[in-house]
Design a binder for this molecule. Structure first.
Ligand SMILES: CC(C)(COP(=O)(O)OP(=O)(O)OC[C@H]1O[C@@H](n2cnc3c(N)ncnc32)[C@H](O)[C@@H]1OP(=O)(O)O)[C@@H](O)C(=O)NCCC(=O)NCCS
Length: 152
């Protein structure tokens, strides 16, 4: 597996991943993101060059906001999401970013387990944020100085 920048050639694979991931993105929204100056997207490719997962974030000075993270169903529980988050974490260390922020559905057990394992802590709740029924949990991870690994 290798981690590369998102390119147009990945968009079909990402659409497939999103279909199985309850994701808010469409192919058009990814195209917009490709030209968004504050957005960065990275893709995990398997040995055949197929995208099996991706992560995106928006950068804003001392913090970044994860926009989405998803892994193809056939590639889950193999450390792909952790590798993508480690990649982002390393980039944050280089950029001097202090905090990684994200929002996650309160019922998304797998994602919450992952984020807690990586060291994220719950810092707030947006009640009934998703569809007027499901809460959004706000989670943060403090970025430590160079030489440290993300937890897990
Ligand atoms: C959440 C998601 C990204 C995890 O991807 P993944 O590549 O399977 O995660 P990893 O293999 O890197 O998991 C690392 C650790 O996270 C935790 N974890 C991941 N999936 C889990 C699950 N289904 N149940 C419990 N813990 C889980 C485990 O601690 C795991 O370590 P382990 O496998 O050694 O026990 C994936 O399930 C997914 O794409 N879900 C749909 C999209 C989504 O919900 N995205 C998050 C939006 S905020």
């Amino acid at each position: 597996m290798k981690i590369v920048k998102l390119e147009e050639k990945h968009l079909e694979d990402l659409a497939e991943i999103d279909l199985m991931s309850n994701a808010p993105w469409t192919k058009d929204s990814f195209k917009t993101e490709l030209s968004n100056g504050i957005a960065r997207y990275y893709v995990a490719e398997n040995d055949d060059g197929k995208a099996i997962g991706y992560v995106g974030y928006w950068w804003s000075f001392y913090e970044i906001q994860i926009t989405f993270l998803a892994v193809h169903k056939n590639a889950r529980r193999q450390g792909v999401a952790k590798a993508l988050m480690q990649y982002v974490y390393d980039e944050c260390v280089e950029m001097g970013t202090e905090t990684i922020q994200l929002e996650v559905r309160s019922g998304n057990v797998s994602a919450i387990s992952l984020y807690k394992k990586l060291g994220f802590v719950e810092v707030g709740v947006r009640p009934k944020y998703y569809g007027g029924t499901e809460d959004a949990l706000l989670m943060d991870l403090a970025v430590k100085p160079k030489g440290n690994e993300i937890n897990g």
